[in-house]
Design a protein around this ligand. Structure first.
Ligand SMILES: Cc1cc2nc3c(=O)[nH]c(=O)nc-3n(C[C@H](O)[C@H](O)[C@H](O)COP(=O)(O)O)c2cc1C
Length: 193
């Protein structure tokens, strides 16, 4: 059974993002994925990279030790799905900290003689499911960092995974019908993931 790690980052269970998370997990499960549901807030993930972790960052014999369980889950996955709201045109600090602490040298990339190579070649499929307060146009004018981070930087660590970026913009003005339609789109996209 292929395995999908769903990394969810929102503090409130009543949020729209929580509904997206539930929809994604349900749709993936229905279509035969074994889901590793990683709810960073619920798991009490500690997102701050410590001084010791920074000092050991390049030492691949010890750098993963403080987050070994998370590293093992990433390495056991065939796909990764990130569900998060856009905050300050980036990830919530919780998710940013996941990348800082878990996507380490020797885990997501290798660094040899100053040359960087992708090492998440177990990840064949990658998706982000996200929401913005801003319109598509405003996000574009701001450079849309979260879109680029997922479709370029995280994707680059995977070695050519198939990537999907599913976004709902203008959250302060969307109607109930538009939210429902986006939930249905997420469900359909995850079912044929
Ligand atoms: C701390 C914070 C920062 C935010 N910054 C941005 C931003 O830079 N760009 C944007 O488009 N929306 C921003 N928003 C709006 C969120 O994207 C929006 O509230 C969220 O997508 C709604 O989803 P939710 O109801 O599941 O929380 C911000 C919201 C919060 C709480």
């Amino acid at each position: 059974m292929p395995r999908a790690m769903v990394v969810f980052s929102h503090p409130c269970e009543e949020s729209f993002n929580a509904a997206l998370h539930r929809e994604a997990v349900a749709a993936l499960t229905r279509s035969g994925w074994e889901v590793d549901d990683c709810d960073l807030y619920a798991e009490g993930f500690q997102p701050v990279l410590s001084a010791e972790e920074r000092r050991n960052y390049h030492d691949t014999s010890i750098n993963a030790a403080p987050v070994q369980g998370y590293v093992d889950r990433v390495k056991a996955a065939d796909a990764m799905v990130f569900v998060f709201p856009v905050w300050n045109f980036g990830y919530p600090a919780m998710l940013k900290g996941f990348f800082d602490r878990v996507f380490l040298p020797g885990v997501s990339f290798d660094l040899a003689d100053g040359k960087l190579t992708a090492s998440l070649d177990n990840i064949r499929k990658l998706a982000a499911i996200t929401t913005y307060g801003s319109t598509k146009w405003r996000a574009f004018l701001a450079g849309d960092p979260p879109r680029k981070l997922i479709t370029r930087a995280v994707w680059g660590a995977t070695g050519f995974a198939k990537v999907k970026y599913l976004a709902l913009n203008d959250m302060n003005n969307v109607t109930e019908a538009q939210r429902k339609a986006f939930l249905a789109k997420v469900s359909a996209e995850m079912e044929r993931f």
